[in-house]
Design a protein around this ligand. Structure first.
Ligand code: NAD
Length: 339
């Protein structure tokens, strides 16, 4: 929400390294004079019957009210009989689009230094509709649901994103040669939307070919749009191309612009509480949040500062081969804001 020139955003610091990297983001945002007030929500240890999960109704309402949120990683207890936190947030907030910009980090050497790909994943249906059952003993069935409404919605999001971000091309990733009906409908919807965006190049690429192209020449891609399962896999592949999950931000967008941004990595229990975690992924997720609400100048200043610190190399955290603590890295970014 915004009142005057200020915004309120919900912040879930999360578990494990979450509180440390969230503190880093808050410090850097404050140093950059970002006009955001945080409404902090901790995820409890008791299941709230109103959401059937550890996320309370109050937390959910906070995101719905503020329209924007930033989320640290949350531990997903396995087999405790309640809904996963991430699934609860996604369903309750109708977050239908998962967006991951994967941009090579200058100075941090990976196989390619020219990756600049955005993956846009349909987040509500496809192979992850949760409809699996046993037909007879030894035979199970999983339903892949593709609807015209969800496909058109994600295609529209992808093209609008491309237009708003000055991107040139959208590639729809599919397997319609085999999945003629489901992926066929997905492509049909993409084509219909593409016709309304004549300035943006539209192409269709079969998923297997897409994988090969991504690992041999990632620069051929710009914006990728795809159904749920393909998006899950391809978005991690792209994160790997730029140096791993620790550097990759993401955004989950709902139908009326509600947005919950998050780092794609987990709670890193092995390094939690040691002040060595890299806050970059969460910070860049925060930068996505700023872009989403139109605070582009603040977004650019912070983005430039963090890239500068990583490139310069003096204050890199352990995961990037350095020895800097989270606090030292954070201070270096704050200093770089003024440069
Ligand atoms: P992880 O991402 O937490 O850790 C994998 C490895 O990467 C670890 O060695 C860790 O130290 C390192 N790492 C991750 N983020 C880092 C950072 N910012 N800086 C430095 N190093 C970093 O994956 P995992 O161990 O499979 O999962 C741990 C927990 O996180 C599980 O409970 C899982 O359910 C949860 N998880 C949550 C989310 C989420 O909330 N979105 C996503 C993935 C995993």
């Amino acid at each position: 929400t915004s009142s005057g020139d200020r915004f309120t955003a919900t912040l879930f610091p999360g578990d494990g390294i979450g509180p440390e990297i969230s503190a880093a983001v808050k410090k850097i945002f404050a140093a950059a004079d970002v006009p955001i007030d945080w409404e902090e929500h901790r995820v409890g240890e008791v299941v709230d019957p109103r959401t059937s999960s550890l996320v309370t109704r109050e937390s959910m309402d906070s995101v719905l009210r503020n329209r924007i949120g930033l989320k640290g990683p949350m531990a997903t207890p396995i087999g405790k009989g309640h809904r996963s936190l991430n699934l609860t947030l996604r369903k309750e907030l109708s977050l239908y689009a998962n967006v991951r910009p994967c941009l090579s980090i200058p100075g941090y050497k990976t196989r390619y230094d020219n990756v600049d790909v955005v993956t846009i994943r349909e987040n509500t249906e496809g192979e992850y509709s949760g409809l699996e059952h046993q037909v007879i003993k030894g035979v199970v069935e999983s339903l892949k649901i593709i609807t015209r409404s969800a496909s058109s919605r994600i295609a529209e999001y992808a093209f609008k994103y491309a237009k708003d971000h000055g991107r040139k091309k959208v590639s729809a990733i599919h397997k319609a040669n085999i999945m003629k009906k489901t992926d066929g409908l997905f492509l049909e919807c993409c084509r219909e939307v593409a016709a309304n965006y004549p300035d943006i190049i539209y192409e269709e690429v079969i998923i297997d070919n897409c994988c090969m192209l991504l690992v041999t020449d990632p620069a051929v891609f710009d914006v990728l749009v795809m159904p749920n399962l393909y998006g899950d896999i391809i978005s991690d592949l792209c994160a790997g191309l730029i140096g791993g999950l620790g550097l990759t931000p993401s955004g989950n967008i709902g139908h009326d612009g509600v947005a919950l941004m998050e780092a794609v990595h987990g709670t890193a229990p092995d390094i939690a509480g040691k002040n060595v975690a890299n806050p970059t992924a969460l910070l860049l997720s925060g930068v996505m949040m700023l872009q989403h609400i139109g605070l582009t100048r603040h977004a650019e200043i912070i983005h430039r500062a963090v890239l500068h610190v990583i490139k310069e190399g003096r204050w890199r955290t352990m995961d990037l081969g350095g020895t800097a603590t989270t606090t030292e890295f954070t201070s270096a970014v704050c200093d770089a804001l003024k440069a």
